[in-house]
Design a protein around this ligand. Sequence first.
Ligand code: SF4
Ligand code: SF4
Length: 427
Amino acid sequence: MKRSFFGFIKPKLTYEPITDTQAEPVYIQAPQKIRFLLDTPVDRSGDLKLSVGDQVKNGQRIQVTADAKDYALASKVGKITDISPFIGMMQAKMTAVTVAVDAEANKAVDDEFKEQSQTPSLEVAQRFLHALPGKPDFSPFFDSDKQIKAIVVLGVDRDLLSITNQFFVKTGIESIKTGIDILRKITGIHNVVLAVPESLVQVAGASEAGVKTVDSEYPAAHPQLIVRHVLADEIKAGDADGNADVAFFSAEAVSAMGAAFNTGQLPMNKLITLISKNGNKRLVCATIGTPLRDILNRFNETVQDGDRVIFGGPMTGVSVYTLDHPVQPDTDTIMIQDRTQIPERLDVACINCGECVRICPVNIPVNVLVRLLEAEHYEEAEANAELGACIECGLCEFVCESRIPIFQHIKLAKHSLEVMKAEESNA
Ligand code: SF4
Ligand code: SF4
C-alpha cells in the first residue's frame, strides 16, 4: 500500500488483474465429510424435514423444514450423520448438516432437477439453482416492487486479491455465453451487460453481451458503483440507490446456470482464490461443503492460535472460528493471515482527522456516523448520517487513524436495525 505524505490525497488500492501465466486450479480430493450451513435454525420448528441417517443424492435439495426458504444442494452422495445448531455472523442461529460421503455410490443423481431442466423458467431456477457455485440470486425477479430492466454479469471480483470471476471470463467465455442465453430466455430481459477489467475486454466480446470496462481502483467493482459510474447511460436506475432495476450475477454463477440447464446436472465445484500466509495465491477447486481443514491439509498450511482464516477478501471478508467451516456457494476467496500480520486494534476515540470522509466512495459523513454507532444510536444513524447508503467497502476502517473498527460497527448497526424492524413487524 502506498500512502501519500499529503493527507488530502487518497491512498490507492487496486484490484488484482489475472495474468496470462495464471496456473490452472488445483482440485481438492473429494472429502470424506461435507457440511452445509442453512439459515433456518434447527430448533425453530418441530416440523423437521431432515433426520440423521437420511440418504442424500447428488443435487438433492436439503432443507431444514418444508417451509424454509433457504436450501443447500447435496454435492455428494452420502448419509446425514449430524444436524446441529450453528452460530453464524452476528450470532445468527443457523443449522449445520453433516453428510458422510459414500464414495462408492458417487454417481447417484437426484432426478427432480433433471426433469424440470427440460423447461427452463425462473421458478425452476429459483427452486434449484440458488445454491450453485456463485450463489445466483433470483429474488429481484420475484419482488413486486422492482422492475428489472437489465442484468449485469460481474466478470470482476468484488474484493482485492481475488481472481475467481476473472478466471471464468478468461477461460470459459463460451459457458458464460450459454448462461447469458438462458438468462435472457427465462427472464425475457435482453439488456445484459458483462462488466470486466480492461485486460479482459477482448475475450469478453465473445459473450454477445454489452461489454463494459470497470476501473482497476477499489471499490469500482462494487455492483452499486458499477451501475452508478459505468452503466449510468445504458440503465436508467429506478431509485436513489441506483440499483433497484438491475439484477446482478457473478460470471461463475452464470457459467454454472448454463451448464445446469444444458446438461440437467447441477455443477457443485466451487472455484476459490486461496491466499496463504506468505502471500502466495493459487486457484483451488473444491466441492461445495468441503471443510476448510481439507483445503489447508492439501497445501500443508497450518493455523496456530491467534492466526486468522478469512472467508471473503481482505477488505470485506469475515474470519471463521472453526476449521470445519465449509466451502459455501459464495466463497470466492479464503485468506490465511499470520497473527504477526494482523494490525493491532486500538479502538481509541475518533480524532476527527477526516480521512474516512475523504475516502468514502459514496460521500457519507463517516466521522459523524461513527460517533452515533459507537453510542448504539442506530436509528439516528440511519435517519441523519446515511447509514443506509453505505456500500460496505471497508475503506473508512482501512484509513482510520484511530484504528476504530468502523466496518464492524456498520455491519452490526445494519444487522441490529434489521432485527428491530423484523420484531416491530412481527409485533
Ligand atoms: S464502508 Fe465506510 S467508506 Fe465504505 S461506503 Fe461505508 S462508510 Fe463509506
Ligand atoms: S473515524 Fe477514524 S478516520 Fe474518521 S475522522 Fe475519526 S479518527 Fe479519522
